[in-house]
Write a protein that binds this ligand. Structure first.
Ligand code: ATR
Length: 307
């Protein structure tokens, strides 16, 4: 619970929430409630276990109960693309929705965030879908590894949902060369084809590089479980060839990959920054105000690592 003072819940309290399946380990409520309290808002952020079969109804339920915003996590981000009324450019570009803002028609027939209708009861409400995951990748790399992607060589591990967003975002940021490795090679090939088609200026291939690279990015789930091994084959790519290593996993704080990378002399960071920045941007989308990032980070560290 945040140490920042929060008013008691009342009839005027407004709600945001995260929907996921599973959801009970989500650190977002701790982070977002700390942010909301620091902004002095009588809002709360809740977490709900929502089965994908019920996602459409759950969004509709939040809408009629005048929730202000939603986050969506695994496995809802792709499904929601077809469930919101309008897609922001970010959601169109990355093909996934992780943030929804509820909006109502204002006096001038324009759509305004629902929070600006405190005293009236808007009739027509719409859902507006955004993606804050992709920009969180670049922000975290910049702030946690002091890395600007333009012109850099990157090895990306993983071609699932997180790997796809990362690969496309890296290409959009104009990396010079992208190497893709995935357990199921066919999936890496599909992603390579999509990147080539959308970002023809980026050199992209399947397989390990023979040369030194600026960044190795793990977007696989290997490292989450205690006995997981490394997500790469060190005989094919020794970690000493990477200047920096980023693991999207943040629990545990130090995965076997990050431990080995540190020992090999690489700069390292885990994925907590991504979680933080996607949440900070979502909060800004709902409130229209700058997110209190330092407070949200402290709440996240306490929730996830107990410090
Ligand atoms: P997410 O949304 O987190 O990306 P996902 O779409 O299920 O989740 O993708 C999981 C990623 O981790 C994939 O790249 C997956 O490889 P496959 O495409 O071959 O399934 C990778 N992954 C999961 N378990 C793995 C394992 N034991 N060894 C290697 N890669 C693994």
């Amino acid at each position: 619970m945040s140490e920042v003072f929060q008013k008691q819940l009342g009839a005027a309290t407004r709600y945001c929430a995260v929907f996921g399946h599973p959801i009970k380990h989500s650190a977002s409520p701790a982070m977002q409630n700390a942010g909301l309290a620091a902004l002095g808002l009588d809002w709360r952020y809740l977490a709900f276990e929502v089965h994908p079969d019920n996602l459409r109804e759950a969004i509709a339920g939040a809408k009629v109960m005048k929730f202000l915003g939603l986050n969506l996590t695994v496995p809802h981000k792709l499904l929601a693309v077809d469930m919101v009324d309008v897609l922001d450019e970010s959601a169109k570009t990355w093909g996934a929705v992780n943030t929804i803002r509820f909006e109502a028609r204002g006096k001038n027939d324009d759509w305004q965030p629902l929070q600006s209708f405190e005293d009236s009861a808007p009739v027509q409400i719409r859902t507006h879908g955004f993606n804050t995951d992709a920009s969180a990748i670049t922000r975290s790399l910049r702030e946690d590894l002091a890395l600007e992607l333009s012109g850099k060589k990157v090895l990306l591990l993983g071609a699932g949902g997180a790997g796809r967003t990362a690969g496309l975002k890296l290409a959009a940021e104009k990396v010079s060369e992208l190497f893709l490795v995935n357990r199921t090679t066919a999936k890496a090939e599909v992603l390579v084809a999509e990147i080539r088609q959308r970002f023809p200026q980026v050199k992209v291939s399947v397989g390990y590089p023979d040369e030194k690279i600026d960044l190795l990015l793990n977007a696989t789930s290997l490292g989450l479980k205690p006995d997981d091994g490394l997500p790469l084959d060190e005989t094919k790519f020794p970690l000493s060839r990477a200047s920096a290593v980023y693991d999207m996993i943040y629990r545990p704080a130090e995965t076997p990959l990050l431990k080995q990378a540190k020992a090999a002399g690489c700069r390292v960071a885990n994925g907590l920054g991504m979680l933080l920045y996607q949440g900070a941007q979502a909060l800004e989308i709902w409130t229209g105000r700058p997110a209190p990032v330092a407070i949200m980070r402290a709440a996240l560290l306490k929730e996830v690592y107990g410090n």
